[in-house]
Design a protein around this ligand. Structure first.
Ligand code: HAM
Length: 415
């Protein structure tokens, strides 16, 4: 029996991997202009880190984590997201004591046992950005601007920025009471998931995609109408900065996030081209998380983006018509002497950053020329025993078809 990749996972093949490399390189460059530095944290962490950070009552912790016991019977979990591990590392290495504001970014695999569909996988890639140590609304605006910039720079234009404020522990209970009161008579008519959410995590109802629930929630009280003075002022300032930066946004009063650590600013970039899994990236403030994980009270903000979704959006917008770098030189070498010459020549040319290839399948000259053509080689050098003896060989320009005889001694300057 042949094995297949596990349900919800995928292989990235060479025909696509260079597109991912392009995306990663560009994103890294953009992020570096904002002065964020890379952090790499482990792919698994203690389970408790995620339950405490993301929240016991979230879908992620309730049903989506890949949790296992290791040989020492410790409960470990494949990371479903990056923020918890970053904050754990921030505390473990006392980064806050060394730098007043810690600006970090990461790329990495995340794991969530969700029902796979377009844009939703069980093993997926994110890049994320976290700034730990400041409560200033200008930082929220920079973070949002950076998220927008990553899309625009790559060529994704069909997206909308949604922003909201989801308050803090001071103002949230007041809204929660009002919200629960409003929904009380309607609970019986909600879907099974929302019935559970009503008891455990009521705000998540706003994320329900079922018609019956959307309808019942139409006039439900929203958090932004209950913000305390501090949260209200913060939100107004963030919006003011966004206006200054000329960033279009939609004040989405129903925007809630799937993780419990958020406070104040929450935002998402959504694209209709993606279908139901329409969020390209999402994030917000998490001013209480550092303290929750044992540090001193430290405000923070961040976002993460799904790389598969960025790629999907780029494909939908037909912006991923990249050509892979082609061969600078293919050496059609016939016989052992020519092969030895080819090996040495390739070693020298690769040292000059040229992409070279030869034949390793003892093919005929005709087959080697076909291979050079298939690999879109810019030039082909044809060498056999006679050419080595003469010290001269044919160099063919594959685009123009022009052939010139050149001295093998001088080939290094002709490619
Ligand atoms: P999140 O909204 O759970 O936030 O995920 C961020 C992004 O990861 C989503 O917008 C989506 O593009 C992608 N994503 C999530 N789940 C999947 C999946 N199953 N398959 C494919 N892509 C997926 C977080 O993870 C937070 N840690 C973001 C953050 C950082 N907040 C503050 N700092």
């Amino acid at each position: 029996m042949r094995h297949r990749a596990s349900y919800g996972t995928h292989d990235l093949l060479p025909e696509d991997s260079f597109k991912w490399q392009y995306l990663e390189e560009r994103v890294r460059k953009i992020i570096s202009f904002y002065n964020y530095k890379e952090i790499r944290t482990p792919i698994f962490e203690e389970t408790d880190l995620f339950s405490r950070s993301i929240g016991e009552d979230t879908d992620i912790v309730q049903k989506e984590m890949y949790t296992f016991l290791d040989q020492g019977k410790r409960s470990l979990t494949l990371r479903p997201e990056g923020t918890a591990g970053v904050v754990r590392a921030y505390l473990e290495h006392s980064l806050g004591e060394r730098f007043p504001l810690v600006k970090l970014f990461y790329f990495g695999l995340m794991f969530r046992q969700e029902r796979p569909q377009k844009g939703r996988l069980r093993e997926f890639n994110q890049f994320g950005v976290e700034a730990i140590g400041s409560l200033e609304p200008s930082l929220d605006a920079e973070m949002i601007e950076l998220a927008v910039k990553t899309c625009l720079d790559l060529g994704i234009t069909d997206f909308k920025l949604h922003v909201n404020s989801i308050g803090c522990p001071k103002c949230r209970p007041i809204h929660r009471d009002k919200f629960l009161g409003f929904m009380k008579d309607k609970v019986g008519e909600l879907c099974e998931d929302c019935k559970t959410r009503y008891l455990r995590n009521p705000l998540r109802m706003f994320d329900c995609k079922k018609e019956e629930c959307i309808d019942k929630l139409k006039d439900a009280p929203v958090m932004v109408d209950f913000l305390c003075e501090e949260c209200k002022k913060h939100y107004e300032l963030v919006k003011g900065f966004l206006n200054k930066l000329k960033i279009d946004y939609f004040e989405d009063k129903r925007l809630v996030r799937g993780l419990d650590y958020y406070t104040k600013t929450a935002f998402e970039l959504k694209s209709k081209l993606l279908g139901t899994q329409d969020t390209l990236c999402g994030g917000g403030r998490y001013d209480l998380l550092v303290e929750e994980l044992g540090g001193k009270s430290t405000p923070a903000i961040g976002f993460a983006a799904g790389i598969e979704r960025y790629i999907l959006a780029l494909k939908m917008e037909k912006k991923l018509n990249l050509e892979e770098k082609s061969l600078d030189l293919f050496i059609a070498a016939l016989g052992d002497e020519a092969k030895a010459f080819a090996m040495k020549l390739m070693k020298d040319l690769r040292a000059k950053n040229l992409i070279c290839e030869t034949d390793y399948l003892s093919r005929s000259l005709k087959a080697q020329m076909r291979e050079a053509d298939r690999q879109k080689a810019k030039k082909v050098l044809i060498v056999g025993k006679d050419e080595i003896k003469k010290g001269r060989a044919i160099l063919k320009d594959m685009e123009s078809g022009e052939q010139v005889e050149i001295e093998l001694e001088k080939i290094r300057d002709s490619v």
